[in-house]
Ligand binder design. Structure first.
Ligand code: DC
Length: 230
């Protein structure tokens, strides 16, 4: 069973994907982590972030690994664990260059499909999972919330990680990423055809999970007393 969850930064999709996967006992894939590790590799290599050739080469050749489970994702680059290093504001501020590269997107979508085939069942979240990577997913969700609510959630994550940022900085970052995510030529953020659209602005994460499960149940993909049915 492939479940896709797309949406903008701070819509709650990462937490929702992780918790839903844990509830179903299947792996979850945070595809943003893939764009982030390529961003980190490109920054560390000091390459021109507008060079399509260099970025494509890094996406194809960087030695990164994703360790996927129902309750965790760990990311390594070479011998280093970079799970935390890919979440800094520095990486945040540069992902849009990497996400706009057609060569990077081709390489990462191919890797996502490979993981889907290999694992069989997956909750995968990002911007293009239902539209490009898995158009035939069993069920597709699109999560959204107001820009202020999303910036509040991101600020909360940063402060918990010990980053010193203000609400205004985070709001500006979320706003720029919304615009670049939605306007890029390849793999733009869009509501996939057939997706269930959920506004999470007033919801707690527990309510989001209950809503997702209700849709899975309605689609015959899940039973309250059992695991995933596929
Ligand atoms: O969801 P996130 O903030 O971790 O995403 C990091 C960056 O990667 C962000 O700029 C959007 C981009 N991204 C993308 O273009 N396509 C995806 N499937 C996932 C993330």
């Amino acid at each position: 069973m492939i479940i896709t969850i797309d949406g903008p930064a701070g819509s709650g999709k990462s937490t929702a994907a992780r918790k839903l996967a844990a509830r179903l006992g299947i792996p979850y894939l945070d595809t943003g982590a893939m764009y982030r590790v390529i961003t980190l590799a490109a920054l560390e290599a000091g390459v021109d972030l507008e060079s399509e050739d260099m970025l494509t080469r890094i996406a194809n050749e960087a030695n990164y690994e994703l360790d996927l489970g129902p309750t965790h994702i760990r990311v390594s680059l070479g011998a280093r664990d970079v799970t935390e290093a890919i979440r800094t504001m520095r990486v945040n501020n540069h992902t849009r260059f990497i996400a706009a590269s057609p060569g990077v997107r081709r390489a990462l979508v191919e890797k996502q499909r490979q993981l889907g085939r290999q694992l069989g069942s997956l909750v995968t979240e990002g911007r293009d999972q239902g539209s490009v990577a898995f158009p035939n997913a069993d069920i597709k969700f699109y999560l959204d919330a107001t820009v202020e609510r999303r910036a509040e959630r991101r600020l909360h994550d940063f402060l918990a990680d010990g980053e010193e940022v203000t609400f205004e900085e985070v709001l500006a970052n979320v706003d720029v990423r919304d615009r670049t995510d939605s306007s890029r030529i390849v793999g733009p953020l869009t509501v996939p055809a057939g997706a269930v659209h959920i506004d999470t602005t007033p919801m707690t994460i527990a309510e989001v999970i209950e809503t997702l499960l209700a849709h899975l149940r309605q689609a015959g993909l899940w039973q309250p007393n059992g695991a995933a049915s596929k």
